[in-house]
Design a protein around this ligand. Sequence first.
Ligand code: KG4
Ligand code: ZN
Length: 328
Amino acid sequence: MKILGIETSCDETALAIYDTKAGILANTVHSQVDLHAAFGGVVPELASRDHVRKLIPLLRQTLTEAHLTLNSLNAIAYTAGPGLTGALLVGAGFAKSLGFALSLPVIAVHHMEAHLLAPLLEPEPPTPPFVALLVSGGHTQIYEVQAIGQYRLLGQSIDDAAGEAFDKIAKLLSLGYPGGPKVSVLADKGKPGFYTFPRPMIDRDNFDFSFSGLKTAVLHAYMKSAKTEQDKANIAYAFQEAIVETLLHKCRKALNYTGLNKLVVAGGVSANRQLREKLQTLDDTIVYFPRLMFCTDNAAMVALAGSYHLDDANPNPLHIWVSPRWEL
Ligand code: KG4
Ligand code: ZN
């Protein structure tokens, strides 16, 4: 089975072809970073328009990369949510039209399930049951995964997501957008011992997160500092340390609670080197990450997720469905 994956939930236009026997045959991504950079964040209407412009050229490129034609495809999977409504609708309309023209089943994929499954694209994939930490721009969640498709939410952020916190701190430190990788690079130049920020909610008897107070603590520290490059780096270091330790703490707690010894970590923030290193120190636990290119938004994970839901295609070819606030 060859499945075309389509991802347009936010600021990446991505297509991929996943073969259930041979794995990923092609994977293309167009990032809209340059388009949104001047505005300091994603402008939804610009995102939708750019998806419209890029989908057809990227489809051609993806087919060329895979040495395939449209007629070799067996199914189409698109991200139906959560995400920006307009951006999702562009991908959904494109997927359904293509499916209608080629008489192919079209599967609506949950973006966070796709992230969760991304580590399964690796050579030594995890098998359930496992604990999954999903850390993206819009979500910070811990799930107990008994089987693929069986997800029990253990906890989540009650305010900002981890990626959102990275992006806001980047803005505060005038690093620009997208923030996560920039804060991380700056943090590498920072020194320990100058700042200490709270590890929010680690004393609570639950698996929830809150990063909004941490953001305020960073803001106050920055306002009081001399704002030199080294101050900024020291602040970035301490901020990243606080986020990473909070995530580590809640993962350890979830692993103890479930009695499981496998941890899957996915979503944009799972590209963070400090987080990857720290989570590897968890005792008696095997930790699985996607390769860096599959941490952030991509369509390989969407096509893979589609392969698990082949029976869920909506038979109505004109039913263009998205769910911007879809819960997993
Ligand atoms: O999963 P993703 O690509 O898109 C969403 O589904 O939201 O995640 C994007 C988020 C952004 O907030 C970005 O700043 C963050 O992931 N991110 C990082 C790193 N790379 C991306 N955060 C920290 N360190 C990184 N290296
Ligand atoms: Zn994502």
